[in-house]
Design a protein around this ligand. Sequence first.
Ligand code: AGP
Length: 608
Amino acid sequence: MCGVIGYTGNMEAAPILLEGLKKLEYRGYDSAGIAVLDKNVISISKVSGRIAHLCEKTDDGKLLHGCIGIGHTRWATHGAPTDTNAHPHMSNDGRFAVVHNGIIENYLMLRDELKAKGYHFESQTDTEVIVHLIDMYDTGDFRKAVMKAASRLQGSYALGVICADDPDKLIAVREYSPLLIGVGIGENYFASDVTAIVPYTRNVIYLDDGQLAEITKENIVVYDCTGKKVPKEINHISWDVQDAEKGGYAHFMLKEIMEQPGAVKAAMTPRMKDGEICWEESGLDSFDVHSVSRIVITACGSAYYAGSAGRYVFEQLCRIPVQVELASELRYSNPIIDGQTLLIVLSQSGETADTIAAMRECMKRGAKSLAIVNVVGSTIAKIADHTVYTWAGPEIAVATTKGYTTQLTVLYLLALWMGRKLGTLDEESYHMLYESIRALPKVIQDALDMNPMIKKLAGKYHDAKALFFIGRNTDYATALEGALKMKEISYLHSEAYAAGELKHGTIALIDDHQPVIALCCNSLLQEKTISNIVEVKARGAEVLAVTCKGNQNILSVADDVLYIPKVEPIFSTVAEIIPLQLLAYYVAEENGCDIDKPKNLAKSVTVE
Ligand code: AGP
């Protein structure tokens, strides 16, 4: 939920740290700070508010000198977002400074222990115990002091530490929070994610849980938790700096919405070859699909809604029972899982704490896990039995768009591949569905071409008190994601209902001019949804319908209609979400919201 960065080299560290923090700001943006080390003295600058504020305060970093430093952008967990609670935190004698992403669960106990030893606490954060612990264990060996302190911590942490007495060294430690090392020439970095360092290097080392890296400008040595050196592989990042820039768009979210035809194509291309679906890179090709008696899909937020849409596709094509569970619920539900359960885990970031915990719980009970993840080298990707990457490229806006549609694409391909292997799909249907999936980038592009019309409609709906999203089956899954998009970026109260369920209570909320967004793309259920539209119209609702070309009946019941191209009903979600993403975007724009960084949210939710 926070972003950390560190630099050591021959350049002034502060401007590099600030630039990196701007890239990490999507991870948390309620306060920020940097610490720079020069001539055995650590200087710190930290503020509540955005990185822009920190840049102002430090004159874009020019006020702090030194070629080694650490930085942090915060999403508050312990203690309000104030200047004092912002990171870095310093030891009482000013010799150590620490940045931290994660949560220290035993901080109260450690705090009492440290207070009893005379340590003075400035902040309300859990993080401050770390810097005092390091100080307490310091006997002149910086690495050993950090290692000893880390061994006392329970919870999750990506730590960056500097020491005034050892001025050439950064120490980075990882436990259940993302952390990677950027390998440069005559300079090295650490960061929560690669977007912060990709302008300087594309060579990275992913730290594993329990590992510590000792980083100087010329050298990187990684140790395990027992202090033994471990060899690490250097990975090359293939995407460009521009991929993490706005590229002329007003917001990352709009850029990422527009990138979806390309992103979905990137998700399918490596898997679709001459009519076959192959999973070379994830080792799934040899997976025995006949050993699966049940599928459990788990995720959070939008990824959960992608799973909800995926359920219909798996059940339809594979005739296997599928259960979709919120990870935060599954982890504490004493789940019924056995060796014949295939657990499908969805996560854009690969770092969502609840998803990781649910996954570990199910794997412990014997489930085979298959992760669908965007961020390469992330925790979920590492712990899964099989990982399929979505190849959506970096997603910076807090509200996911291309992360979601690429998850759907991979789910469609998996279900189709599995259905064919299981024999629940005949060859003719397989090839017909294969071609439908191949056509999706073009379908998405056509849906995006409605952009100007949707922008106009946003003007009509932006000041509604509430919005209702309704649909059946796959359309219902889209309604859930459409409502989430609307609420998270425009703060407009939005609710999704299964269309047939309205009359069991919720229809009481429908009165004159209440906007209802009706999803009606699943051609098998169009007539049923039209009946529900008629019901809300009869109570005065204003209906915006999203449907497929050719559905003329809708014109006589809806006030406004957005037509997406005709698409195979079970794969319609990936296209019908496009107008809803754009609608949420333009409603938020009309309402002057901070679209890429909505209030109270963070991109990757690494706390429970
Ligand atoms: C989506 O717009 C949200 N920001 C959020 O619901 C997100 O999908 C959820 O936190 C899961 O994240 P993940 O895909 O990185 O696991």
